[in-house]
Design a protein around this ligand. Structure first.
Ligand code: KIV
Length: 302
């Protein structure tokens, strides 16, 4: 029998990739799931090296990378470029692409076209969408087309205006019940995990206990099966006040600013570059170079 290299079948995870069903098993075992956002290849590589399980290419990119005031302006083209870049850096983590506003609201068909683009053009492993209600039909359409879907409930930034701003959700009994029912409905529709954002900790814990798929919390307490933070928040790349649910594990903005100031000062005073940062040339070659230049016609001779 001859052996030949096997080409993985379409939809086959890349070698070394965390298998998607492992997430439900992690929940059963009580192993916490680590998710972080990332938006480029170096960040994808660093998150992978750090042992992160899931990378979300969040539409928060619109705010933290592209400088918009909300996530709404994120476009398909931008999200596809960023997702593809993250994928070039990350190997083991599952890479989840956030469906940008307008790319899945109109119809199930449009949502499937969008999901297909993320899987084919950006090599995303899964997609995330916000909300329940009419979105349950989108989840069913996507999952029955073979596109894994992560849900997102609570503070859903794409519809923050309708929610009254970037504020915690589910803080009264009726709203908490609605969140609970939405989470169960998203699981029944086929979501493999659900992000709970800015939800009271006891509500998130109760939802988590009632689901077989994992919950990933952001501002939803320690009772979730995993946690997610936005790259720039976690690393302190902002000077402004972070939301209360953010824990900064580094303060990189001052470090970066300091490095850039030193660079600027050294360029201006001529101490950078030093000889060790430049390329040498043999004395003979340099002499020939000068000799040949002496032969070169000056511009006025043309
Ligand atoms: O876009 C994003 O970064 C997100 C996370 C906050 C969950 O949706």
């Amino acid at each position: 029998m001859t052996t030949r290299p096997r080409t993985p079948a379409p939809g086959t995870p890349a070698p070394g990739k965390l298998p998607l069903p492992e997430l439900a098993q992690m929940k059963q075992r009580g192993d916490r799931i680590v998710m972080v956002t990332a938006y480029d290849a170096p960040s994808g590589r660093i998150a992978d090296d750090a042992g992160v399980d899931l990378i979300l290419v969040g539409d928060s990119a619109a705010m933290v990378v592209l400088g918009h005031d909300s996530t709404v302006p994120a476009t398909m083209e931008e999200m596809i470029i960023l997702t593809r870049a993250v994928n070039r850096g990350a190997r083991r983590p599952l890479v989840i692409a956030d469906l940008p506003f307008g790319s899945y609201q109109v119809s199930d068909e449009h949502a499937v076209e969008t999901g297909v683009r993320f899987l084919k053009e950006a090599a995303a492993d899964a997609v995330k969408l916000e909300g329940a209600g009419v979105m349950l039909s989108r989840v069913r359409a996507l999952t029955s087309s073979g596109i894994p879907v992560m849900g997102h409930l609570g503070l859903t930034p794409q519809t923050a205006t309708m929610l009254g701003g970037f504020k915690a959700q589910g803080r009264n009994a009726a709203k908490a019940v609605q969140l609970y029912e939405d989470a169960l409905a998203l699981e029944a529709a086929g979501c493999f995990a659900i992000v709970l954002e800015a939800v009271p900790a006891p509500v998130a814990a109760r939802i988590t206990a009632s689901l077989t798929v994992p919950t990933i919390g952001i501002g939803a307490g320690a009772g979730c099966d995993g946690q997610v933070l936005v790259w720039h928040d976690l690393l302190g790349l902002y000077d402004g006040k972070a939301p209360r649910f953010v824990k900064q594990y580094a303060e990189l903005a001052p470090t970066i600013r300091n490095a850039l100031s030193r660079y600027a000062a050294e360029v201006r005073d001529g101490t950078f570059p030093e000889p060790k940062h430049t390329y040498a040339m043999s004395d003979d070659e340099l002499a020939s170079f000068e000799a040949e230049l002496a032969e070169v016609r000056t511009p006025t001779e043309f």
